[in-house]
Design a protein around this ligand. Structure first.
Ligand SMILES: Cc1cc2nc3c(=O)[nH]c(=O)nc-3n(C[C@H](O)[C@H](O)[C@H](O)COP(=O)(O)OP(=O)(O)OC[C@H]3O[C@@H](n4cnc5c(N)ncnc54)[C@H](O)[C@@H]3O)c2cc1C
Length: 611
């Protein structure tokens, strides 16, 4: 659908006054999950749906460009402007909290990597409820297939790079696309093979097979246009316009859910640029209000609605509807800038990714090729190859001892003072489950994403043990940005694991075939030898966010500090559910977009089943 057509034929209501007074469902947040659910709830024509989105329709080249994968975040208009609380364990540093502020949400600004994580990640979620939960790998696989339209790499690229894929793990019905570029940097093949030199690293048959190992994975790119594929073109463009039961209002900030007793009956909202509640309006929901505002904003909206920890709401002067201590706790993200990096001084491959930045001729050629054919280096987003490595492989000598110490921890010691006992119990359950994952060769602890360049060391810590919080600002609950506290490295197990990451990086360059390229350590640098010296470096450089925040409205039993049940209904109230990354109780061993789409697809079925 050409963009002009999709706007002209959209039902983005011109004025808030064009709204109906009542819809069957109101979806708060037209992001990755919100637009997926809205599409599915409106497709049979039986239900009316309103999406209220704080951002607007944005389709600049910053959003659509795939090359290098980071254009979306170069335009500050696409993002919320939130800074974390200072992190004492990171030498007091603050972190930019990135989340998409546009129709399509974070799927419109993300790095486009499409990865799924391991089977055990999804089975772990269900086990918090008991073995028979449908939240499991088997329960989610049909929704992974429904969520993505998979396009295999071309035969030439498949042969040239030895890419493995297996279409049994994918579907073809979605308008959200997962595809491979028709170009790869040649050194990626050598790098991936190098992981095979390390005992214990497998080569998975497909990135969606739910296994650890080294593999190629697709990007969220529409192969017919080589533009970003995301929730808006996938679940809204042309779709919403064609359905009279589907309305969207952009540029509107939802302030809170409106309750009659314990029943959610609608939402109150105002213009996105308003700074006071004067002029706020209400719209009613007959069946459900579905919060899909993302991990950073969903807890703020719940708390501002009177659903959250009692003491916080009292402090903010918000009337209590349901005392739900878990709202805003159990906040997790994956850490970046960890491990270390090396420079391969005898690197001899051409071309390589860094040449886009430091070789103007190469960049000009790449641009010309892309403009002429939409092929070449600029058809690659942030990358398509990586390794997903279990802790016993990362640290053959220390994993047992680390896992044992972890599972014997007193959980309350690592949560904020006064944390509710149900949240503490949930943390203990997660510690035990994640310690089991640490012992497993089928769960990844480290992700190394590869660039095919002379400098390598882009590592992600997939399952940090520390837990943060996202609370509204008691002094400005509706309009102040949420107070985001990563509480980075508050659990000392994280330091133990990250020191092992550094040892692994050194071992990898010493023992794999990459040693032939005379690697020289850049970070942390050979002067950092003791655990304390490496820790000092981690505190200086680690970023506690890879922009994959989860957990602030966790799907866990109420006795474990849960906010939503297995049907994604908020505990203690009626007619209110949450569908976004905030329900994820602990991180998948992967980035999060693929999982969020699958959760949203499943949620739509759950919601329709109870309609
Ligand atoms: C910079 C960046 C890079 C990333 N890279 C990758 C990657 O390469 N691979 C990967 O798998 N994952 C990646 N992710 C993560 C992935 O994109 C997210 O996990 C996923 O998109 C989250 O979906 P969501 O539905 O939970 O939230 P979102 O998609 O963020 O949707 C939330 C929506 O709610 C709206 N909203 C918020 N507050 C209000 C309010 N008060 N009223 C109305 N609307 C509101 C927001 O504007 C937004 O549109 C990245 C994320 C970012 C930010």
């Amino acid at each position: 659908i050409p963009i002009s057509e999709s706007i002209a034929h959209s039902t983005i209501l011109a004025r808030a006054g064009d709204l109906r007074s009542e819809y069957d469902y109101i979806i708060v947040g037209g992001g990755t999950a919100g637009l997926t659910v809205a599409d599915r709830l409106t497709e049979n024509g039986r239900y009316s749906v309103l999406v209220l989105e704080r951002g607007i329709f944005r389709n600049s080249t910053f959003v659509t460009t795939v090359g290098m994968g980071f254009f979306g975040i170069l335009d500050p208009e696409n993002l919320y402007n939130i800074t974390s609380l200072p992190q004492p364990n990171l030498n007091g540093r603050t972190i930019a909290v990135l989340a998409g502020n546009l129709l399509g949400g974070s799927s419109g600004v993300n790095g486009m990597q499409v990865v799924r994580g391991q089977k055990e990640d999804y089975d772990r979620w269900g086990e918090y409820f008991g073995k028979r939960s449908e939240w499991s790998w088997d329960g989610l696989l049909p929704y992974f297939k429904k969520a993505w339209n998979f396009h295999p790499p071309s035969p030439a690229i498949t042969n040239q790079f030895g890419i493995k894929y297996d279409t049994r793990f994918w579907g073809n019905s979605s308008k959200v696309h997962a595809s491979f570029p028709n170009f790869n940097y040649p050194f990626l093949k050598t790098e991936l093979a190098a992981f095979g030199d390390i005992p214990g690293i497998k080569f998975s048959p497909d990135s969606g097979a739910g296994e650890t190992g080294a593999y190629w994975h697709p990007s969220s790119i529409d192969p017919s246009t080589i533009l970003r594929s995301f929730a808006r073109p996938g679940h809204w463009d042309g779709i919403e316009a064609a359905r009279s039961n589907y309305h969207t209002l952009t540029g509107q900030r939802v302030l809170n859910v409106v309750f009659q007793g314990k029943k959610a009956t609608g939402v109150r909202f105002t213009s996105a640029d308003a700074t006071t509640q004067a002029g706020a309006r209400t719209v009613r929901a007959k069946k459900e209000v579905i919060i899909a505002a993302g991990t950073i904003h969903t807890p703020q909206i719940l708390q501002a609605s009177g659903v959250g920890p009692k003491a916080l709401l009292q402090q903010a002067g918000i009337n209590l509807v349901a005392d739900l201590p878990g709202v805003g706790s159990n906040f997790q993200d994956q850490s970046f800038n960890v491990g270390g990096s090396f420079n391969m001084t005898k690197f001899n491959a051409w071309p390589f990714q860094d040449a886009l930045f430091n070789n103007a001729t190469f960049m000009a050629e790449a641009r010309a090729e892309f403009e002429a054919n939409r092929t070449g280096p600029l058809s690659v987003a942030s990358g398509n190859a990586g390794a997903w490595i279990p802790l016993p492989v990362v640290s053959p000598s220390r994993w047992r001892e680390i896992a044992t110490r972890y599972e014997n921890q007193n959980p309350a010691a690592y949560l904020p003072a006064g944390t509710d006992k149900t949240v503490v119990a949930g943390y203990k359950a997660q510690i035990l489950a994640n310690a089991k994952a640490m012992r497993s060769r089928d769960s990844a602890s480290m992700n190394w994403f590869l660039r095919g360049s002379y400098q390598e060391g882009a590592l992600v810590y997939l399952h940090p043990a520390s837990r943060g919080t996202v609370f509204l600002d008691p002094a400005n609950p509706f309009f102040g940005p949420p107070r985001v506290d990563y509480r980075a490295l508050t659990n000392p197990i994280d330091v133990d694991v990250l020191v092992e990451f550094t040892h692994f990086v050194r071992r990898f360059f010493r023992e794999s075939r990459l040693k032939n390229y005379d690697p020289v350590e850049l970070l942390p640098g050979t002067q950092a030898q003791t655990a304390q010296q490496i820790t000092d470096w981690i505190k200086q450089t680690m970023i506690p966010s890879c922009f994959h925040p989860i957990g602030t409205a966790s799907m866990l039993p109420l006795s474990l500090g849960g906010v939503v049940d297995e049907k994604l209904r908020v505990y203690g109230v009626q007619g209110l559910s949450v569908v976004d990354a905030s329900v994820i109780p602990d991180s998948p061993g992967s980035y999060t977009q693929q999982t969020v789409y699958a959760i949203a697809e499943k949620a739509a079925d759950l919601i329709k089943a109870r309609s």
